[in-house]
Write a protein that binds this ligand. Sequence first.
Ligand code: AMP
Length: 419
Amino acid sequence: MNFTEFGFTPSIVAAIKQCGYSTPTDIQQQAMPHLMQGRDLLGLAQTGTGKTAAFVLPTLQHIAGEAGKKVKALILTPTRELSEQVHENIQLLGQGTRLKSCTLYGGVSKAGQIQKLRQGVDIVVACPGRLLDHLNSKTVDLSSVEILILDEADQMCDKGFLPDIRRILKLVPRQRQSMVFSATMPTEIRRFVEEILTDPVTIRVNHEKPTATIKHALFQVAQGQKTALLKHILQNEKMTTTLVFTRTKHKAKNLARQLQQFGFKATSLQGNLSQNQRKKAMDGFRTGAFNIMVATDIAARGIDVSGISHVVNYDVPDTVETYTHRVGRTGRAEQTGDAYTFATHEDAKMILSVERRLGKNIPRKTVGALNNKARNVSTAATPIGTDEKTRSTSAPRRKTQGKPRKQRSSSFDFGFSAS
Ligand code: AMP
């Protein structure tokens, strides 16, 4: 199948070509014929599958002939970064049309957004909070919306946006085409989707499973050894572009700083940064000024930087869904990628859940140089999982009779100091 079969106008086909897309991805092949017919759609797809183009292209096609002063399409996203990304996709794929789009999200002044809205836009890409702000001050009018898209609906739900979205929906015409995209489908979202969509087609692509192009690996490590392990891996493996996830904003900031002190080109992306700083970090990561970004989940949600070679879970995520989202930053659009997870004993349960979702054990990876130095390994150590290789990462069990047991956290002593 190729892009000429969907009935796009020549200018849109030309833009697709210019983006370098030769074959539609799975979700594009499945979703676009229905969307071109005007059907409502529920897309169960994670990022990295090409879902943005799957909804942007038919949207452009539907409203290209009506370019003017009214908002015809509304796209809601959970984060500012995702809004920007969708907006960039629209600009690239819509370059041959006269359509104009703008983003509306918080953390930046409203004045610039109002100016763009006054000049007239056809497509609004927005985060719910700031959009409501504009609706309250009547600086945006949604009464001509024909297409409504909710991207990453599960994340919107997690962030507590559903009440805001319900308020927004009251100001959008009922007669419209609607699409909802979500990587996961918790009950709350399912109910919400039923309110929004009319007789939808449901498309599932790699639902809730990370893409097959990702190679997963697990490093067993004590909490205090993680930075040493990361430094070692960064120095010894071919990691062109690496996204590192930490649990807290504070840790993201400090770890990026430590990596800079080690001489790495690292930056951080976390919620304590101003919008301007976030943009600077993202731009720097995209252009290669930084090849390592340390981020929290909220900040990194949905980011699309092409060619991320490695994702490192410095801290194990709290849910399996988050694991899927994080590792989905690599191995995008058929490229291969590596996902490394640093796990302590406390993470054993979550690792098991992730493996259940993946349908296979995550190979345990050993770090030769570090491993050879392993000393004083506690007999309390119980390798995560049952993989033989796992056992080889910890030193042989010693007899403990009569000796006090060591703390579990020292079980994976690689013989490094923490910094
Ligand atoms: P998404 O899942 O929308 O975030 O897209 C992931 C990546 O795939 C983005 O970098 C897109 O530019 C890219 N992409 C989307 N559609 C195609 C396609 N048909 N062929 C190659 N790359 C694509």
